[in-house]
Design a protein around this ligand. Structure first.
Ligand code: DAH
Length: 337
C-alpha cells in the first residue's frame, strides 16, 4: 500500500532524529496512520489494519535493534578526571544509511592503480615548514614564485601546505636505501592542500592533490609520459590523448603542464579551448631538489608530478562545481553510493 510505504519512509527519518527512540510510537506519522483508518472504505479496512500493524511490528524491531546496539557499544573514557565525555554512548545512525564520501572512494581507487604500477602510498602533513614548502624545492628566498601559492601561514612561520610537493624531500630521504639496493624510489602522496583562494566553481581553499615521485638512474621524459598515460587510461577507463606544454616550476627542469583531451560528452562545444583540460604539473626533478635530499644529481634522475584530485573526479563524472564535494548536499552525495 502506497501510503503506508510513504509513511514508513517518513517514520524512519523521524526515528533517526529522535533521542528517545520509543517516542516514535507517538510520532505524528504513526498517529495519522491509525486516524487514517476512518477514511478507508469498509471492504479495505482489514487489509489496511493489517498493514498498519505490520509496520508497527517493524518499528518495534527498529527500537529493539537500537537498544541492543546501545548495550554493546561501551564508551571509552579518554577524559581527564573531570570526565566531561563520560556518559552514555552516542547513538549512531544505522550504518546502512551511510556511505563513503565520493572523494574517499576515488582516492582509494587512484591509489590502487598506482600501487599496481609499483608506487607506494604516503601521506602528507597538514602543517609544515618553509624548508619543505619552498626551500627544499628550489624556491630561492624572496623569489616571486613563492607568491603563486597563496599560502596560509601562522605568525610563527608554520605553513598549511599549498601543494603535496612538500613531501618530495622526505620521500627521497626515506627511500634512499631503495637506490642502494638497485630499486627505484616510487611513491605517490594523495593528500589535502590549502590555498588562500577566491572560491568559485573550480577553486576551493582546501582540496586534494596527488603527488608522484620516481627516482632511479637514467630516468627520462619518456618514462614520465608513459607513466602518466598508463595511469590516465586506467583511471578514465578509456584511451585519452594527452598533451605536455612547457611551463615553469622551480622544482623541475624541464617543467610541463599536463593536459588530457576532454571526452566528448564533457565538451561544451567544439572549440579549441574545450579540447584540453589541464590536470596539473610535472617534470624532471631539478638537480637542486635532488641535492637537498642528499642525492647526487649526476648519478640519479627522476620525474615528479602533481595533479588536482577533484579535477580528475569532476572530469570523470561530469561534475560542474567543485563546491559540491564539501557541501554536505545529500542529493549530490547519494549519486555515488
Ligand atoms: N606542486 C605543483 C602545484 O601545486 C604541481 C607540480 C608541478 C608538482 C610539477 C610536481 C611537479 O611534482 O613536478 O602547482
Amino acid at each position: 500500500m502506497e501510503e503506508i510505504e510513504k509513511a514508513k519512509i517518513a517514520l524512519r527519518s523521524t526515528f533517526d532524529t529522535l533521542e528517545d527512540k520509543k517516542q516514535v510510537f507517538k510520532a505524528p506519522e504513526m498517529r495519522a496512520l491509525f486516524d487514517g483508518m476512518r477514511e478507508i472504505a469498509p471492504e479495505d479496512r482489514a487489509a489496511y489494519g493489517k498493514a498498519v500493524n505490520d509496520l508497527k511490528t517493524e518499528v518495534k524491531s527498529w527500537v529493539a535493534d537500537i537498544e541492543a546496539a546501545d548495550e554493546v557499544i561501551e564508551s571509552i573514557d579518554v577524559t581527564a578526571p573531570q570526565a566531561i565525555n563520560a556518559g552514555s554512548a552516542p547513538s549512531f545512525l544505522p550504518s546502512a544509511q551511510g556511505s563513503q564520501h565520493p572523494l574517499t572512494t576515488e582516492i582509494n581507487y587512484i591509489c590502487d592503480i598506482f600501487q599496481r604500477m609499483g608506487f607506494v602510498v604516503e601521506e602528507s602533513r597538514e602543517i609544515d615548514d618553509d624548508f619543505h614548502m619552498f626551500e627544499s624545492l628550489n624556491f630561492p628566498e624572496d623569489h616571486p614564485a613563492r607568491d603563486d601559492y597563496d599560502t596560509f601561514m601562522t605568525d610563527e612561520g608554520l605553513i598549511a601546505p599549498a601543494h603535496t610537493s612538500t613531501m618530495q624531500n622526505r620521500i627521497i630521504k626515506k627511500y634512499t636505501s631503495n637506490l642502494d639496493a638497485g630499486e627505484p624510489i616510487s611513491a605517490v602522496v594523495p593528500d589535502r592542500v590549502f590555498r588562500n583562494e577566491d572560491l568559485d566553481a573550480t577553486h576551493e581553499h582546501t582540496f586534494y592533490q596527488i603527488e608522484g615521485i620516481y627516482v632511479s638512474k637514467a630516468v627520462n621524459v619518456g618514462n614520465l609520459i608513459a607513466t602518466l598515460e598508463s595511469y590516465m587510461s586506467e583511471y578514465f577507463r578509456q584511451k585519452l590523448k594527452t598533451k605536455l606544454q612547457p611551463f615553469y616550476f622551480p622544482f623541475t627542469e624541464p617543467s610541463f603542464e599536463f593536459a588530457i583531451e576532454r571526452p566528448d560528452v564533457l565538451k561544451k562545444d567544439n572549440s579549441e579551448e574545450q579540447k584540453w583540460l589541464e590536470l596539473g604539473g610535472c617534470g624532471m626533478i631539478h638537480p637542486n631538489v635532488m641535492k637537498s635530499a642528499g642525492l647526487d644529481p649526476e648519478v640519479y634522475t627522476g620525474f615528479a608530478f602533481g595533479f588536482g584530485i577533484e579535477r580528475m573526479v569532476m572530469m570523470k563524472y561530469g561534475i560542474e562545481d567543485v563546491r559540491h564535494f564539501e557541501s554536505a548536499n545529500l542529493k549530490f552525495l547519494r549519486q555515488f553510493r
